[in-house]
Design a protein around this ligand. Structure first.
Ligand code: SF4
Length: 184
């Protein structure tokens, strides 16, 4: 959950440095993290960039767990998908991608996560419009795949990998890409 917030607008290497700071201080624990002030939290997560904003968002998320689930993570993890998503989206600073990342990776729910990489690959293969929205892309993927969290997890990782290695923003390397035979 911490990672899903910290990864906004930065790369995962910076996120792991911030998470390592929290781990070393034994703060990767709901109650301990919630007891920190936003300023204290910001210092620990400084390597993730935009640390003041992210500390506020993280604190908002912890507050939601407190008010909706009595501060019990297991109650949150076992909530219905739609209710949990609604609660996540009510948190200031948590959008659909962050909410769905938490649902998939933390809660283990079968929710397909869409990001800029997914959009790039799907739109270049004419599977979605270039100008589209998060929900349309997610629906398209979930309509064509069985509801399986492990599968969605793997799919998302592969979208990221193929986009980083081949489907680059300006010059896609289609001739070397494993998806070239699906190019329309
Ligand atoms: S073949 Fe690969 S690089 Fe080319 S558009 Fe498709 S995903 Fe991108």
């Amino acid at each position: 959950m911490v990672g899903a917030v910290l990864t906004q607008n930065t790369n995962w290497t910076n996120v792991t440095k911030a998470i390592d700071n929290l781990r070393r201080a034994e703060l990767l624990d709901y109650s301990r993290l919630f007891r920190l002030s936003v300023d204290q939290l910001a210092e620990y997560i400084r390597p993730s960039g935009y640390y003041n904003i992210k500390a506020g968002r993280l604190h908002n998320l912890l507050e939601m767990i407190d008010s909706c689930y009595g501060g019990k993570l297991d109650r949150f993890f076992s909530d219905e998908i739609e209710q949990a998503r609604e609660n996540l989206l009510s948190v200031k600073g948590v959008g659909p991608e962050t909410a769905d990342s938490i649902l998939l990776y933390a809660c283990g729910q079968p929710v397909f996560v869409i990001d800029a990489y997914t959009h790039r690959v799907l739109s270049r293969h004419n599977l979605v419009e270039e100008v589209t929205d998060y929900h349309t892309m997610q629906e398209m993927m979930m309509d064509h795949l069985p509801a399986d969290a492990q599968l969605y997890n793997e799919f998302h990782a592969l979208f990221v990998l193929v986009a980083k290695q081949f489907c680059k923003k300006t010059k896609p390397l289609c001739d070397k890409c494993p998806l070239r035979e699906f190019n329309l």
